[in-house]
Design a binder for this molecule. Structure first.
Ligand code: AMP
Ligand code: MG
Length: 314
């Protein structure tokens, strides 16, 4: 398949309207999108990504009005989170509208929805005038793509269009909250932190969710080919031409790594993590050392992704 590259969201929207697949930028990570109202387009997303069709997609909208064709009901907690955080890096799980193809949500009666804040993503959604179903724009099992070049590395030739945009500012996938029940449940930590969520709905449950509620948690995620080791200080990392280090603390001046990122703060660490994983794979690194942080705020989401990468790469 020939892939068309563009910087123009209006041009990319035409592919969505004709049920073709488009890679597009958002503030969290790049998405692999198709018309959420067309079952064949949605099926082709799973196929392009090599994703099991039991792992549901997120439906992106450019306006609240677009939700009328996607969800059956907006529950009170969802209203509260939408008022506080839309558009932004948060996904809400709600009862699925009966006319929305079931394949979007892996056969579940619920559907995950999000309104991204990145202007070019909103322009794409608003020009298409359709809800866009999209998982992260990577081949299943690889780290999410945070640049269009990384998305192209995985998906050039598998999608009709790649909309080029900036490097994702957040760099980690969205916070996911199940809003179908009486009290909301955090399913996946993200840039909207537990503290910010509890400030809006204090009843939110933030214990580890059971895997049946969050089907994505059953699947391996975010893994580079290299082995990922979590360490407390850079002194625990073994330097060498096949190892990488990422953290906030600088390694000793004598310690040379093939790839090394000393981030300036947790936001910078999160923003650079997935691209660092990919750089390590590209340059033949076999062991990646990640400095662990105290898990508050954004560091909760960051450590969640690092732990999962460590688990998947063991
Ligand atoms: P990704 O698009 O790759 O970031 O993955 C989307 C995430 O949202 C996965 O972890 C899914 O399990 C989760 N998700 C999507 N739809 C639902 C749903 N209906 N119920 C629970 N979790 C969902
Ligand atoms: Mg993903």
């Amino acid at each position: 398949m020939h892939t068309y590259f563009t910087d123009d969201p209006v041009e990319a929207a035409k592919f969505i309207s004709s049920d073709k697949l488009v890679v597009f930028p958002t503030e969290t990570v790049y998405g692999l999108g198709g018309n959420a109202l067309n079952a064949a387009a949605v099926e082709s997303i799973y196929e392009a990504k090599g994703r099991p069709s039991s792992n549901p997609l997120i439906v992106h909208v450019g306006a609240i009005a677009d939700l009328s064709r996607v969800v059956e009901e907006i529950t009170p907690s969802a209203h509260a989170f939408m008022d506080a955080f839309f558009p932004g890096p948060i996904t809400l799980v709600l009862p699925r509208h009966p006319s929305l193809p079931k394949v979007v949500s892996g056969g579940l009666d619920t559907v995950a929805i999000r309104m991204p804040s990145l202007p070019i993503a909103l322009q794409l959604l608003r020009s298409a005038g359709l809800p866009i179903a999209a998982p992260s724009a990577n081949i299943s099992g690889r780290p999410s793509a945070t640049t269009w070049q990384s998305a192209a590395e995985d998906l050039d030739g598998r999608v009709s269009c790649i909309l080029r945009g900036p490097k994702a500012t957040v760099g980690l996938e969205s916070t996911v909250v199940d809003c179908t029940g009486r009290s909301p449940i955090l399913l996946r930590p993200g840039a909207i932190s537990v503290g910010s969520l509890s400030a809006i709905v204090p009843e939110i449950s933030t214990d580890a969710p059971d895997i049946f509620r969050s089907p994505g948690l059953r699947h391996h995620h975010y893994a580079p080919s290299a082995r990922v080791c979590v360490i407390s200080t850079p002194d625990e990392a073994i330097p060498g031409d096949q190892t990488g280090y990422i953290g906030l603390a600088p390694p000793h001046a004598d310690a040379q790594f093939k790839q090394c990122v000393v981030a300036s703060h947790v936001k910078d660490y999160s923003h650079r993590l997935f691209e660092f994983f990919r750089d390590c794979d590209r340059s033949g690194v076999t062991t990646i050392y990640c400095q662990s942080l105290v898990e508050t705020g954004l560091a909760h989401a960051l450590m969640d992704r690092i732990r999962r990468a460590a688990k998947a790469s063991r």
